[in-house]
Each structure stands twice: as C-alpha cells, then as structure tokens.
Design a protein around this ligand. Structure first.
Ligand code: NDP
Length: 465
C-alpha cells in the first residue's frame, strides 16, 4: 500500500511539533495538520503568554521594594492594552518560528480541521478559524499521531456562559477590576497572582480547605497563608459555586455557603478536557478511558497499532515538557530506531505564583506510605528582602527516605523556586542521598545554598503516625 506520507501529526502543539520535526530529521515524509494555533496551547494560550503576564504582574512589588535600596521610583499605572499588544506581537513572532522550523525540516503543513476517514486517511476541512477557504482534502499516511491537546472545562452550573476561561483571559480587552476565579489548581493560582499583581481584586473560590490539591500538604498550607496575608486576594474555601447571574455590568456568583460574590469577571480554572471532538474516532473504535482520554500503551500506540497519541489527549501528566518528551521518543522509535528514555517518576513542577512554587518527587504523605521519612524544613526571609518593607518568606522542604537516605522529595515556595528546582531535580531523579547534598559546597549568598545546608532534622514521619 502506498501512502502520501510516512507520518501525519494532528495538532501542532509542543508534542506534535517535536514529533514531526524529529521524524523528518530521520528522513520521514511528514505532514502536520493544525486548525488554529501553530505552537499549540503552550505558545499561544498557555505557558508562554502566562509567563509574560506573570512577569508583568511582579513589577509593582519590585518598584515598592526598590525604596528600601534608596530608589524613589513612584509606582505608576499599568497599561493593559499596551501590554497585551506587546504580548500578542511576541506570540505572533513565535508562531512564525514554529512554522518556519517545520518548513525548514521539510514537513508539509496543512491549516484546517482533521478527521479520520479511515484508519490511514485524514480528511482536512477548511477551518473557519484558519481564515482559509480551500476545499476539503484527503491525505493518507502509514502512521498517524493524535496530538490535539486539551481545552478548559467550565463547571456545569447555571449561567456558566457568563464566565471566561484561560483561553479568553489572554485576550481580554480590559483588565477587570474584580475577578472571581473558581478552582485552586495551577491555572487558578497563577491567574490569581497575575490579576492581583496588576491591580485587580481577586476572589479565589475553591472546594478544598487549602489550594493546590496534589502538592505536599505543607506547601499547600504555606501558599494558603501567603495568600491570606495579601489584601488583594480573598479565599473562599470549601465551597462550591451554584450559579452566575448577570446584574447590569456585574456578575453575581452564588456559592453554596450562602455568599454572593459581585464581580466584573468570573473565571473558570476548573481543569481541562482532551480535544477529540470532530476527529471521528468513534468510527474507528479508538479506545477511550474514563475521563474521555485516549488509552495508549507504553509506546503511545492506541488500540489501533499505527495510530498514536501523545500529550494532553492521553491525560498522563499534562505538562509541555512531558508532551515534548513523548513526541521525541515516539519519533525516535518509529523512524530513528532508537529508544529515548525519560524519567517520568520525578517530573519537576512549578506554579508561577508570586512567590512561585517548585516541586519534585514525593510529598511527605506519599513518601511515608512506603517507609519512614526524615523531614528537613527551612523557613527564612530571602536576603533580597532584608532592606525592603515587604518580607517575602522562602520555604524549603526536603523529604529523605530514612532507610536509603535518598532524597525523595524537594519542595520550595519562594523567589526563583522553579529555577532552583530544575537543577536539583537532576540530583533527586538520580537518587542522590542527603549526604551527597551535604557534601556539596553552597553558593553564597543564595537561597539555594539552604538546600545543601539543611542540617536540622524537623521531624520523622512514618505511615503509622
Ligand atoms: P487543575 O487540575 O490543576 O485544577 C483544577 C481545579 O478545578 C482544582 O482546584 C479542582 O478542585 C477544581 N475543580 C475541578 N472540578 C471541579 C468541580 N466539579 N467543582 C469544583 N471545583 C472543581 O487544572 P487547571 O485547569 O488549573 O490546569 C490544567 C492543567 O494544565 C494542570 O493540571 C497542569 O497539568 C497544566 N498547567 C500547568 C501549568 C504549569 O506547569 N505551571 C500552568 C497551567 C496549567 P480539586 O483540587 O478539589 O479537584
């Protein structure tokens, strides 16, 4: 059987682009189909613009801090529309880089909506969003990769159409003076920091007693306390939104504890779902899991062996670097005859709040499930704040398995936590021991040196206590 391509990748996000580019570098004849965003969520409506917004949100605090160092800079006004225009220009530049990177790699690009005609044939329909009106086209390939990513999920409550998600938050024409954010995961916490840092009053509404379920309990408590100390973010905990009613220019968000939050903007940050609508997967009988994600084996193959899936559609760990690693490994195996290994047991994570959070390995509760663990905690004011009015604390927690003395978890809340964690995650993933950390000479004066000088045992925890 002769096909048009060796590989068709559906979706030009982080995982899809890496897979296509690496496959092409081995000489494979590759096509990529993208309906809207070259570069995917991360580049267009995710990590990249989010980080730019995080940067934008930190200057106000820095200007105030500068007074302690003798500066008399007066905090000014933030011009949202100028910032969004600059951000959009940068994203357009990155879009072009993604497209030219693929073209240089000899990948054939199609803008449109993909759906399966049969196991080897993809129908490309002109996407309304692409602005192109070209006719429907069928292309075939020996292998097909589904890398279509995910989209935000709104809660199924009355009036949810009045609410926005992160997709819209990146393009708001005006910064809302008040915003009620629902959820306490990555997106909720990061956007709470962004909007508050830029001057909005934020109501953070969530169903847990402390934010960031899944993170170490102490980290969650520290974050809760940090937020409680701020005047610009109000936490509404252990509560569920009931409905949203529009009253004039405002939205009224009703909570099940009887509170009504009156706000200019309701923002759902309540998880994401795989983008699989319209792919016609039902026709092929491709297996899905309980959460609607695609089920794959260790080689990312679905139940149809030449149809693969990577990234958020398989709902493994929905992070850009994970999708990239999956795409790269798949291309290496299919076309490079190589096995590419990644350590998925120790995936470092970051939440870009102000201060940010970095985390790698097990939480204390997880580690204590399989034995006794030693906990080392340091809580200090970073040197940068010694002359400032603002006293931002840094919290460092190390979890050591008592029997092996391996460092199995490291969690930081504080300035530069993600930057510190990236390096230290290599040491944790490599299985280094507390003694290895102790033997390493610190860099003075830094916050990171605390990680190699944590000598005071805070407590010992095991499953029974
Ligand atoms: P998360 O899964 O992180 O958080 C979802 C939030 O919505 C949680 O607080 C959850 O509560 C809440 N929620 C879900 N369902 C309901 C419900 N029925 N009623 C009330 N609350 C509900 O998802 P996000 O949307 O924040 O982010 C999606 C993914 O994107 C992340 O998991 C992450 O993989 C990725 N991401 C990574 C970033 C980074 O690396 N810095 C940044 C942004 C996104 P509960 O905790 O109780 O379940």
């Amino acid at each position: 059987m002769k096909y048009d391509f060796d590989l068709i990748v559906i979706g030009a996000g982080s995982g899809g682009v890496r897979c296509a580019r690496i496959a092409a570098s081995y000489g494979a004849h590759v096509a990529v189909i993208e309906k809207q965003y070259w570069g995917g969520t991360c580049v267009n409506i995710g990590c990249v613009p989010k980080k730019l917004m995080v940067y934008a949100s930190t200057f106000n605090g820095q200007v105030k801090d500068s007074r302690g160092y003798g500066w008399d800079i007066v905090p000014g006004h933030h011009h949202w529309s100028e910032f969004i225009a600059a951000k959009n220009k940068e994203i357009k530049r990155l879009n072009r880089i993604y497209i030219s990177m693929l073209e240089k790699a000899d990948v054939t690009l199609f803008t449109g909506h993909a759906s399966f005609e049969d196991e080897h044939t993809i129908k490309i329909s002109p996407s309304v969003l692409s602005g192109k009106q070209a006719g429907i086209k069928n292309i075939t390939a020996k292998n097909i990769v589904i890398a279509t990513g995910s989209s935000p999920t709104k809660l199924d409550i009355e009036g949810n159409a009045f609410g926005i998600t992160s997709d819209e938050a990146f393009y708001l024409p005006k910064r809302p003076e008040n915003v009620a954010i629902i959820g306490s995961g990555y997106i909720a916490i990061e956007f709470a920091g962004i909007f508050a840092g830029l001057g909005s009053k934020v109501d953070l509404v969530y169903r847990q007693p402390v934010p960031l379920r899944g993170f170490d309990q102490d980290v969650r408590q520290v974050l809760y306390d940090v937020i409680e100390q701020r005047k610009d973010i109000k936490q509404h905990v252990t509560t569920h939104p009931q409905k949203i009613i529009k009253e004039g220019d405002q939205y009224h968000l009703y909570l099940d504890n009887g509170e009504i939050i009156k706000t200019n903007c309701v923002f759902f940050a309540t998880g994401r779902h795989p983008n699989l609508t319209g792919l016609n997967l039902e026709k092929l009988g491709i297996e899905k899991g309980k959460k609607g994600q695609l089920v794959v084996n260790k080689d990312f193959a679905t139940n149809i062996p030449h149809i693969y899936a990577i990234g958020d559609v398989i709902d493994f760990v929905n992070l850009t670097p994970v999708a990239i690693a999956q795409g790269h490994a798949l291309a290496d195996r299919l076309f490079g005859n190589k096995i590419r290994k990644s350590n998925y047991d120790y995936i470092p994570k970051a939440v870009f709040f102000n201060p940010p959070i970095g985390s790698v390995g097990l939480s204390e509760d997880e580690a204590a499930q399989s034995g006794t663990v030693e906990i080392y905690i340091s809580n200090f004011t970073a040197m940068r704040y010694s002359l400032t009015k603002r006293k931002v604390k840094t919290f460092i927690k190390m979890i050591v398995d008592q029997a092996s003395q391996k460092v199995v978890g490291l969690h930081i809340v504080g300035d530069d936590a993600p930057e510190m964690l990236q390096g230290f995650s290599v040491a944790v993933a490599a299985g280094l021991t507390k003694a290895d950390f102790n033997e390493t000479i610190g860099i003075h004066p830094t916050s990171a040196e605390e990680i190699v000088t944590l000598h005071q045992l805070t407590r010992v925890t095991s499953r029974k206590n």
